[in-house]
Write a protein that binds this ligand. Structure first.
Ligand code: PMP
Length: 444
């Protein structure tokens, strides 16, 4: 039997940038430790190679008579099949290509014929599309079991069209039991939508098997960072709903007074689609499908165990968790360090150690509030390209900063914590900008 160390000594799949050298603030350089997969995962090497192979044949899809257009159209539509097969979609489910999970959930929200129930622990992408007169919010319990009971009670109290939940939390990595949620929802005549942005990159999902009615995820978190997202699910609402992107491709006939809208994926994919992004995603999915599921799970479990055990051995560290009884947890670990601001710590980890983690409130403000987290927290996340060395690098750096403080001097400029005399070189195509142009989103 192999030890945890041996299990994740090497990447499970090679990623672009796996051996990237980055400059440190003191003028030296080091291997980049990318522990920010949950925000955007690196491209698989095979995905990047495939994109290079495809680009000469890249052309318009669906409307071009040229050879390259026909090849591109076939590749685009084949990708739809690959994605549907990968998530175990039903025969008559639609696979719609979008920009990302946020886009997919907004699309779904635009076609739901009734009220939606959501949990209070969601990423903003699975909260804001629903938070309106037509959404009801259930407070998750301290256990999965209690949460299921609360969902059951809410759905039983008053009919809802849809229950929309996260498959795996982008803050704690904890998963919810989809099959059980589907059973509960269906018992009340409610459909189940799953925000699988953090689930699909880590686990095989079976839409039909688990009883999931709609599934949303992002290519850039699934090792294909070329801008494609996915919504898979039941056809009827999608065919009846208003077209999401009105324009060419979504219509069959148009007069100045009226349009007859297509059904199927075309209805919601108006305009020229992201062919390269979709083909890249299909390639990444092919690679993930070929993994031995046990090896995949073991790799991630070894990394997670190592990180969690290491963090638990540092008294100043508090790991954020939701459920006492979470059965399965993916490679996402958030934590805070007593007496240290998360944003400052992340800045030091980057400037002095070449480590990339996420800091902030992770686009899940209500969840962080609920977890009692003040200010920015830190998140380390990993996947098939990560190794035990990456985790150990973070633990070593954290112990050093907590025990001895930073080795460099920092200052606050316009509310941002920055290293003084930071002359780390940048490629000329990515020049230094006013921080207000580069940091927005969910840090606050
Ligand atoms: N849901 C979850 C759970 C996420 O982690 C994220 C991304 N952080 C999203 C939705 C949104 O994904 P995207 O930014 O690709 O739209």
């Amino acid at each position: 039997m192999s030890t945890a160390n041996e299990t994740a000594a090497c990447p499970l799949l090679p990623v672009v940038g796996g051996d990237l050298q980055v400059p440190l603030v003191d003028g030296s350089s080091t291997r980049y430790v990318n522990l920010d997969y949950a925000a955007s995962a690196p491209a698989l090497t095979s995905v990047a190679a495939h994109v290079t192979e495809v680009l000469p044949l890249y052309a318009s899809v669906h409307r071009g008579a040229g050879y390259a257009s026909q090849v591109s159209t076939a590749a685009y539509e084949h990708a739809r099949q690959v994605v549907g097969d990968f998530v175990g979609a039903r025969q008559d489910d639609l696979v719609i290509f979008t920009r990302n999970t946020t886009d997919s959930l907004n699309l779904l929200a635009s076609v739901v014929p009734g009220e939606t129930v959501v949990l209070d622990i969601e990423h903003h992408a699975n909260l804001l599309p629903w938070v309106s007169d037509s959404a009801r919010i259930v407070k998750a319990g301290d256990t999965v079991e209690d949460t299921l009971r609360r969902v059951d009670a809410e759905l039983g109290s008053h009919r809802a069209a849809l229950l929309a939940v996260t498959g795996a939390s982008n803050v704690t990595g904890e998963t919810l039991p989809l099959r059980r949620l589907a059973t509960i929802a269906h018992r009340h005549g409610t459909r189940l939508a799953v925000d699988a942005a953090q689930l699909v990159p880590h686990r095989r999902v079976g839409v039909a098997f688990d009883g999931v009615d709609y599934l949303a995820f992002s290519g850039h978190k699934t090792y294909a960072p070329f801008g494609a997202g996915v919504l898979v699910g039941r056809r009827d609402w999608l065919d009846r709903g208003e077209p999401y992107l009105r324009g060419g491709g979504a219509v069959s006939t148009v007069t100045l007074e009226s349009a007859s809208w297509r059904t199927g994926p075309a209805r919601h994919e108006g305009g020229s689609p992201n062919v390269v992004g979709v083909v890249a995603l299909a390639k990444a999915i092919g690679e993930l499908s070929a993994l031995d599921p046990t090896a995949w799970a073991d790799h991630e479990a070894a990394l997670r165990d190592r990180l969690v055990t290491g963090l638990e051995s540092v008294p100043e560290v508090r790991i954020h968790r939701l459920f006492a009884d979470a059965e399965d947890t993916v490679g996402v670990v958030s934590f805070s360090v007593d007496g240290l601001d998360g944003h400052e710590l992340a800045t030091v980890l980057s400037a002095e150690w070449g480590i990339g983690v996420r800091d902030g409130r992770f686009c899940a403000h209500p969840l962080l509030e609920r977890l009692g987290v003040d200010g920015p927290a830190l998140r380390a996340s990993f996947g098939v390209g990560s190794t035990i060395d990456d985790v150990d690098a973070l633990l070593t750096a954290l112990r050093s900063v907590i025990a001895d403080g930073p080795r460099w001097t920092y200052t606050v400029v316009d509310g941002q914590f920055v290293a003084e005399n930071d002359h780390r070189p940048r490629p000329d195509w990515a020049p230094e900008l006013d921080p207000s142009l580069t940091s927005y989103g969910c840090a606050a």
